[in-house]
Design a binder for this molecule. Structure first.
Ligand SMILES: Cc1cc2nc3c(=O)[nH]c(=O)nc-3n(C[C@H](O)[C@H](O)[C@H](O)COP(=O)(O)OP(=O)(O)OC[C@H]3O[C@@H](n4cnc5c(N)ncnc54)[C@H](O)[C@@H]3O)c2cc1C
Length: 461
């Protein structure tokens, strides 16, 4: 039995009263705040870090995926996501849009994204609030969320808004507001493993044969179990655009991103792994000059809570490329499930699917019906994300954006990529503004009007 204490009641000052309050400034939140302000709604963007970008900056995650239809070069996102990328490209911090469409992702520099986000927020008239952690929601007996409670160095404060957008990635707001949420896969409720990307430099002076030797050395370390990594590659540009640098995405740590002890363990484990990998590479003759540029400010989070919304995306929607008349965004990405148990099995376990090589896993023996076999939408195609996936059941005054929308474990493994989260964000912010300014609840928004507004702003729906 856990010992508890009673916290005395306290008066909480209301420090802001706005049309729309977006909580979380990552790929799902930044475009939401920009879209909301551009529609004329007074908009506050609350972020626990001291910069925007979420996993794209705090996690150094990249490249931005989900910009094209499945295994093709056809764009499926436009609007604000394209604008953000073009603004970075104008500063030399991302590939030009046309070039990126020919590639499987959009390489960008996370420092470029930070400054572009700051500038776009200022230009749109969004009110930013950094270093503010959302901790609670005030909800009326009728189920209307009226206030968000935040904690910061200044103490505990409340924000009043007509509509809140939960872009925390973990559905923190929806969960505290009492909305029903699911976590991970149905069999054991385990979400995908966490993992961090680290950035290293000095690659320009490493000749091709030495790079091959580095890969071989790492492959051997994975095979013998000396290093728990799911890939032996040398990384890619990812969240850097400097030719001398690489971002490595090879770590996998099981745990629940909403459990602070699991987060702590994952931070320690991923940082240790980054250094051990670098030391291993540097032990190869000719690679001694490699250096660590940075580890992320926050461990990488793939999956935690999903809201139960008015509608729910499924893995079947992904592989069928299902289209909807109430679509607010498109996703061409595939069902990319990193083993929730964090298994790598000598480097052979890449994805959690029926093709997994670890044949003694209980998922394969007892729950194979919960594993995907097909992973991709049809070639050069996408599936639509309907508006109802952003609208939580029962709670009013609230929309959800980014990776925590209403989707099952398989579908979220596709929609979680940053290009898709940005497109969802633009839709969430636009819908929030339409609801707030039209004095309607988010669930009453006219989806045809929302789609027309999005199309007029350049979004692809
Ligand atoms: C290892 C790894 C590799 C990946 N690789 C890629 C890739 O190559 N390409 C790609 O496109 N995607 C990739 N992803 C997925 C992608 O990074 C995320 O799914 C995406 O960033 C989700 O966006 P989001 O805005 O929903 O959440 P997040 O990016 O997590 O942003 C949430 C924001 O909310 C803030 N926040 C959270 N809680 C609170 C709170 N209580 N109060 C205030 N603020 C809060 C956070 O600080 C953050 O800024 C990867 C993920 C991981 C972990």
């Amino acid at each position: 039995m856990i010992e508890t204490v009673i916290q005395p009641e306290q008066d909480v000052p209301v420090i802001a009263d706005v049309d729309v309050c977006v909580i979380g400034g990552g790929p799902g939140g930044l475009p939401a705040a920009l879209a909301s302000a551009r529609q004329g709604a007074s908009t506050l963007l609350v972020e626990m870090q001291g910069f925007f970008g979420g996993m794209a900056t705090a996690g150094q995650i990249g490249p931005i995926l989900g910009h094209t239809a499945s295994r093709s070069h056809t764009p499926v996102i436009g609007g604000i996501p394209q604008e953000i990328c073009q603004r970075m490209a104008d500063m030399g911090h991302a590939w030009e849009w046309g070039r990126a469409l020919q590639f499987w992702g959009i390489p960008f520099h996370s420092e470029g994204l930070k400054i572009v986000a700051d500038r776009m927020v200022k230009e749109a008239g969004v009110d930013p609030l950094f270093h503010a952690l959302f901790v609670d929601a005030i909800v009326t007996d009728e189920g209307l969320m009226t206030h968000a409670v935040i904690e910061s160095k200044s103490g505990r404060h409340a924000i009043r808004a007509r509509v809140f957008v939960d872009a925390t990635g973990d559905a923190d707001v929806a969960y505290r507001a009492g909305a029903e949420c699911t976590k991970g896969r149905p069999a054991d409720e385990m979400p995908m493993s966490m993992g961090s990307m680290f950035r290293f430099g000095g690659m320009a002076s490493v000749p091709e044969p030495v790079q091959t030797a580095m890969v071989e050395t790492m492959r051997e370390a994975i095979r013998t179990g000396a290093l728990n990594l799911y890939g032996a590659g040398l990384g890619c540009l990812g969240s850097t655009t400097r030719e001398d640098e690489r971002t490595a995405n090879i770590t996998r740590v099981p745990g629940d991103p909403t459990d602070v002890w699991d987060l702590t363990r994952a931070e320690l484990a991923t940082r240790e792994l980054a250094w051990r990998v670098l030391d291993l590479w540097r032990s190869v003759p000719g690679a001694e000059g490699l250096y660590l540029v940075s580890t992320p400010a926050h461990v990488g989070l793939r999956e935690s809570r999903q809201i139960v919304g008015e509608q729910r995306l499924t893995g079947e929607d992904v592989i069928e490329g299902r289209k909807r008349s109430d679509a607010i965004a498109r996703c061409g990405y595939w069902i990319d499930i990193h083993c929730p148990r964090g298994l790598v099995d000598g480097g052979s376990v890449h994805l959690c699917s029926t093709a997994c090589t670890k044949r003694d896993c209980y998922m394969l023996t007892d729950f194979a019906d919960q594993l995907p076999t097909e992973l991709y939408p049809p070639d050069d195609d996408w599936f639509d994300i309907p508006y109802g996936c952003l609208v939580p059941q029962y709670v009013d005054g609230l929309l959800v954006s980014g990776r925590c929308i209403s989707a099952d474990h398989q579908a979220m493994a596709a929609t979680r990529v940053m290009g898709t989260c940005m497109a969802i964000g633009e839709a969430a912010g636009t819908a929030a503004a339409l609801a707030a300014m039209g004095e309607r609840q988010p669930r009453q928004v006219d989806v045809d009007e929302l789609r027309e507004t999005l199309i007029a702003a350049g979004a692809l729906v």
